[in-house]
Write a protein that binds this ligand. Structure first.
Ligand code: SME
Length: 164
């Protein structure tokens, strides 16, 4: 049994340090990427308060082009395929840059998968400089995510680079 017990009063930077330590420990000796994404989605859900969706979209090559395809997550059922360049996730995938969105309704082309979502952060996971997936977190609160959250999720993405 894995028994991570995050303290809800932790400052964001310390919360993310503990989240990264837990994710590192849980994925270090496992080569199955789906299992690792599933456990990390569950860890994000346990450690990071005030979320309504946390999980992954993977960059997948279909017959003609690359697209994002839904991966392991916690939350309500979500859009399955997102074109690269569209929505918050597709923008993170096409630019390779983290997208910190204080108000999703103000983001041109935002794709609403859960009407409860008000703010969102999407962080690319890269391997050898290429985006291979994105970590997506949604909150029902406006302006939920801080720079500490961005730095924490970016560190988490770097840990997962060769584990998903
Ligand atoms: N809002 C995202 C779509 C994915 S859901 O939030 C789970 C977007 O605009 O890309």
């Amino acid at each position: 049994m894995y028994d991570f017990k995050p303290d809800e009063t932790l400052e964001p930077a310390e919360l993310h340090r503990q989240l990264c330590d837990a994710a590192d420990a849980l994925t270090a000796n496992e080569s199955d990427g789906v299992a690792n994404m599933a456990n990390v989605a569950a860890l994000i859900w346990e450690f990071v308060p005030r979320l309504n969706w946390a999980g992954f979209y993977r960059v997948v090559r279909n017959e003609t082009e690359k697209e994002l395809v839904l991966g392991p997550f916690v939350g309500r059922p979500a859009c399955i395929r997102i074109p690269i360049g569209q929505g918050v996730c597709g923008t993170a995938a096409s630019t390779g840059e983290t997208q910190l969105v204080a108000d999703v309704h103000a983001f041109p082309g935002h794709i609403a998968c859960d009407a409860a979502s008000q703010s969102e952060v999407v962080v690319p996971v890269k391997r050898g400089g290429e985006v291979i997936a994105v970590i997506d977190c949604d909150s029902p609160e406006l302006d939920r995510f801080s720079k500490d959250d961005v730095h924490g999720f970016e560190k988490l993405a770097s840990i997962l680079s060769d584990r998903i």
